[in-house]
Design a protein around this ligand. Sequence first.
Ligand code: AMP
Length: 144
Amino acid sequence: MLVQQILKNKGDDRVVTIAPGTLVADAAQLLAERRIGGLVVSRDGEVVDGILSERDIVRSLAVRGANCLTETIDEMMTRNPVCCSKHDTSDAVLSRMTDGRFRHMPVVEDGKLAGIVTIGDVVSARLQELAMEKDALEGMIMGH
Ligand code: AMP
């Protein structure tokens, strides 16, 4: 399945973004409010400047303590994250996520943010494909 179809299935291609310079405490609040695990960092909602995951916050809390909450996200975020295009396949995205050990991937088109896919979205697309393949094979074997 193509990323384009995954975004369509989600029914909502809006991405929750956060501006560089935002305080870590505000980012944590946004993650909790929106019930998500990652935020695309963007100065204008279009250019991808970085990605901030709940894991980045947890890691900083463990290493530096609660003081990190009053700092900005700029040092904590991952700059130049791996992105995909709408024309990539779910398999290719899943491999890149597994190899890189991350669960979020911004979708970029013509240099602009066009969506986000999570490992959950990709795995569910893959399961859907496998169920369809199984039905087709059963149909062929049983002759319906
Ligand atoms: P995640 O598993 O996506 O919550 O993130 C785990 C770590 O990988 C965090 O340090 C993130 O900042 C980083 N990360 C998340 N998504 C990406 C990505 N697409 N490219 C590179 N790093 C990422």
